[in-house]
Design a protein around this ligand. Structure first.
Ligand code: BG6
Length: 470
């Protein structure tokens, strides 16, 4: 592809940036309810206002366009479009996203739109959310409303963001609503319903004659084994089933992983919801592209001892916990002493960008790929003029981008890169102090925006790339 056609941009998600949680007919969401009522909202914050993208969207799009970005990834709030999750459509919600999309196009910015980024309408959550098969049809109806309203102008669609990670946090870690812990039944069932919903949405999209591309976004979880690991082959198989295959095989090959049902049976995990007739849906509903959110890899070794336990750090510098899991008789995560971690205990490992891209090419062939997220969470302090010198973010992201370009040189069909995030926003359970944006938001002073050093660095990187030899 020509250099000027490569998409360089940044990403957000509705709940994390919009605010306006109960304005203009929006229905209540599961996250609204959770953050307003649950003691598990440990930092006692919410997306009620967030960075108020709802009222600042022009400024944000102006700024990203002025920064040389030619694409913007954002998500639609299901409850803003369908306040009860199904049935009635809220015209004011449609109007809002029409304005955002039209403004992107006016500024020469390609919209890349996700339909579900963790924020379920409360009514559907109360009925059982993604654990109920009926949600697949509800989601497809919602997707169709969006395709009809916006499909003439939006040409890159993602039904669901990070199917696996969302289910992991909601059903294994228990930090995201509905807060189930170590519930393997619900974990696999949720991912299954999500992949089915993605396939059905893709089928509906094509049936409606829409002429764009529809894909999925997966949280990169390429498996690396510590050198001392004894049961390398066995762990690789199990870990890939747990982290990757149910999403990737189903979306990219159009078939469930062949070893999924025997594995669930052997481990006493519920698989009663898997219907053989779904095979046709998976086959017809394959993704046109893969969106990959690249932050880290899964660094694993043999299970040692003890009960299954998950380790997660939403307290940042206030905690020494490292992200990970020990699953009895399967495997456990381990620490690579040569690799840095951020203050929330997550690995910073640029090489995983290259390794993951090559592994996907080897396993799934030449599928078009977008890096739909990559970024670095940090605590930040502004100087007296409101500016932030985020050199650490720049170094880290440059490392990942270099590895992406290396993989492209080695034949991987990457078509775009989105930094997480366009501006500072709400970071789920972590609150607002874990910042990712290219643009600082002063949450205490009317959500004023100030471009950071990384914003200018990214602008120059894009310019230099576009000037490079074809
Ligand atoms: C991705 C999500 O998992 O990572 C984003 O798609 C999220 O929504 C981002 O914000 C960073 O994670 P966190 O938990 O640090 O905000």
């Amino acid at each position: 592809m020509r250099r000027k056609d490569f998409l360089w941009g940044s990403a957000t998600a509705a709940y994390q940036c919009e605010g306006a949680w109960n304005l203009d007919g929006k229905g209540e969401g599961e996250w609204d309810y959770f953050n307003h009522t649950s003691p598990l909202n440990i930092n006692n914050v919410s997306g009620d206002v967030a960075c108020d993208f709802y009222h600042h969207y022009k400024e944000d799009i102006d700024m990203l366009a002025a920064g040389g970005q030619n694409t913007f990834r954002f998500s639609i709030s299901w409850a803003r479009i369908m306040p009860e999750g199904r049935g009635r459509v809220n015209q004011q919600g449609i109007d809002f996203y029409n304005s955002v999309i039209d403004y992107c196009l006016e500024k020469g910015v390609v919209p890349n739109v996700t339909l579900f980024h963790y924020d379920l309408p409360l009514t559907l959550a109360e009925e059982g959310g993604w654990a109920r098969r009926e949600i697949v049809d509800d989601f497809t109806e919602y997707a169709k409303v969006c395709f009809k309203a916006f499909g003439d102008r939006v040409k890159i669609w993602v039904p669901i963001n990070e199917l696996r990670y969302y289910s992991y946090c909601s059903n294994m870690v228990g930090n995201y609503p509905p807060n189930h812990s170590l519930d393997f039944d619900r974990f696999f069932k949720t991912v299954y319903h999500e992949v089915l919903a993605c396939a059905k949405a893709a089928i509906a999209y094509r049936k409606m004659g829409c002429d764009g591309q529809i894909g999925i976004v997966h949280d990169n979880s390429n498996v690396d084994l510590a050198p001392e690991t004894k049961e390398k082959e066995r762990i690789r198989i199990i870990a890939n089933l747990f982290y990757n295959d149910l999403v990737l095989d189903t979306a990219l090959k159009g078939t469930l992983p062949g070893n999924l049902i025997p594995f669930l049976q052997e481990n006493g995990i519920d698989w009663s919801y898997i219907r053989f007739e779904d095979a046709v849906t998976f086959e017809k509903g394959k993704s046109d592209f893969l969106g990959l959110n690249v932050y880290n890899r899964m660094y694993l070794t043999d299970y040692s001892e003890g009960e299954t336990e998950v380790f997660h750090n939403n307290r940042g510098a206030g905690s020494k916990k490292k992200e990970g899991i020990r699953i009895k008789n399967w495997f456990e995560t381990t620490v690579d002493p040569t690799t840095k971690r951020n203050l929330w205990g997550r690995e910073i490992y640029p090489q995983c960008m290259y390794d993951a891209l090559m592994e996907i090419k080897n396993k799934y062939g030449d599928i078009p790929i977008y890096i739909t997220e990559n970024g670095h969470g940090m605590y930040e302090k502004a100087d007296e003029n409101g500016n932030v010198e985020d050199d650490e973010r720049i170094d880290m992201m440059q490392g990942y981008i270099d590895k992406m370009l290396e993989a492209m040189d080695d034949g991987v069909d990457v078509r775009g890169y989105y930094a997480w995030s366009t501006m500072d926003l709400y970071s789920w359970i972590n609150g607002f102090e874990k910042r990712y944006g290219f643009v600082r938001v002063d949450f205490d002073d009317d959500n004023k925006r100030y471009p950071k050093k990384s914003y200018y660095w990214f602008k120059k990187l894009i310019e230099d790339y576009q000037k490079g030899a074809e």
